[in-house]
Design a protein. Structure first.
Length: 229
């Protein structure tokens, strides 16, 4: 197994990435490489250019801004799993990440890579759907925001153009008393889920006042979140 020949670039800024993508149509972005590298080696993909995002510091990190979390698209899955901020404000994310691969893969895998690969069984896609996260996409025309409910276009196909990249994910943690759960069925621990479900509930005066349910593995688009207030 060997990939085709390609030109390699390792830019340092988002603007450099956008410039490279606008000049090279048959290009792929390298985030954690958990999906891209095997697809290159099997020659499922044969891009002429690979643009490595691992030196773009603005794409890393977790911040709390007013009533939402701002997560850089290159933030590693392991950082999300162990982040005190995530555990405290949005524990559903940490719960789901416990099902994602293994320690070694989580140390490389990124939230942006998972959302852009958009596998129907991907745990992070299911969780982002439950929260109806907002995704910031950057291109030569500037930034635009896509709701997670509008992100899947088709199988493995997000609503992003060839000259754009996902730069940020915004998640609004639910406030007040709440409950959450994430469960999946897989053949072995660490395998892709055959079916997965994420659930969030808000509780007011001992009554469920709001609920969100998202499914994975059940549809080519992984299943939209269902919210009931």
């Amino acid at each position: 197994m060997k990939s085709c020949n390609f030109s390699y670039y390792d830019p340092n800024t988002v603007s450099e990435v956008v410039s490279l993508m606008s000049r090279h149509e048959n290009a792929k972005l390298l985030a954690g490489g958990q999906s891209l590298v095997p697809m290159l080696n099997f020659r499922i993909l044969s891009p002429e250019h690979i643009i490595d995002l691992n030196k773009v510091s603005d794409l890393f990190g977790i911040k709390e801004n007013e009533n939402h979390l701002s997560i850089g698209s290159m933030t590693r899955q392991s950082e999300l799993l162990n982040s005190p901020l995530i555990i405290q404000s949005s524990p559903l994310i940490s719960r789901a990440l416990g099902y994602v691969g293994h320690d070694q893969t989580r140390n490389r895998g990124t939230i942006g890579g998972s959302l852009c690969h958009l596998d129907p069984a991907a745990e992070l896609c299911v969780v982002a759907s439950a929260y109806n996260a907002e995704l910031t996409v950057t291109g030569k025309k500037g930034d635009r925001i896509v709701a997670m409910s509008d992100w899947p276009v088709d199988f493995l196909t997000p609503a992003i153009d060839h000259d754009e990249l996902l730069t940020n994910i915004q998640i609004a943690p639910w406030q007040g008393p709440q409950g959450f759960s994430f469960m999946e069925f897989a053949r072995r621990e660490g395998d892709f889920a055959i079916v997965a479900v994420a659930v969030l509930i808000a509780i007011t005066d001992h009554v469920i006042s709001k609920a969100s349910i998202a499914l994975g593995g059940n549809d080519t688009k992984f299943g939209s979140g269902i919210q009931v207030a």
